[in-house]
Write a protein that binds this ligand. Structure first.
Ligand code: 4NP
Length: 159
């Protein structure tokens, strides 16, 4: 079998958006029967939450959609991630600027906005950390839609 495709989701804290993306996308990949061929991880550009579980609000919103992200633990982005992962997908333009600085020095996989794989007008997944519960639903909606586009792209790569 071909080498697995490695996908990394990146946000700021790795406790809200990117672990949600990891959980939702893993669910899409499993439903597609591609779990053996797609490896998924997430991380944050910041170091505040290393080792922590996802935010309780993110866990609850995901759980309502049948997705369990309680086992995930936050880690910080490292430059080697650009060598290891085939897709490095960030949630917003600040994440992109932060990772691009590393990419300019390090080379490797060029980081991209995750929502480039979606069809909606949104280009960024808004940070829900300081907002209400509705923000976490928006995150999941945007991630689900872009995840379907990403899965189609990966299918093309695996074909
Ligand atoms: P995330 O959300 O980047 O989606 O995980 C945040 C989590 C924590 C903080 C900011 C954003 N914070 O400032 O601690």
């Amino acid at each position: 079998m071909a080498e697995p495709v490695n996908v990394l989701f990146v946000c700021l804290g790795n406790i809200c958006r990117s672990p949600s993306a990891e959980g939702v996308f893993r669910s899409l990949v499993e439903q597609a029967g591609l779990a053996d061929q797609v490896h998924i991880d997430s991380c944050g550009t910041g170091d505040w939450h290393i080792g922590k579980t996802p935010d309780a609000r993110a866990q609850e919103a995901a759980r309502r959609r049948g997705i369990d992200i309680s086992g995930l633990r936050a880690r910080q982005f490292s430059p080697e991630d650009l060598d290891t992962f085939d897709y490095v997908l960030v949630m917003d333009r600040q994440n992109l600027a932060d990772i691009k600085d590393v990419w300019h020095q390090n080379g490797g996989t060029r980081p991209a906005l995750f929502l480039e794989f979606g069809q909606s007008a949104h280009q960024e997944v808004p940070d829900p950390y300081y907002g209400g519960d509705a923000g976490f639903e928006t995150v999941l909606d945007l991630i689900q839609e872009a995840g379907e586009g990403l899965l189609a792209d990966i299918r093309g790569r695996l074909a």
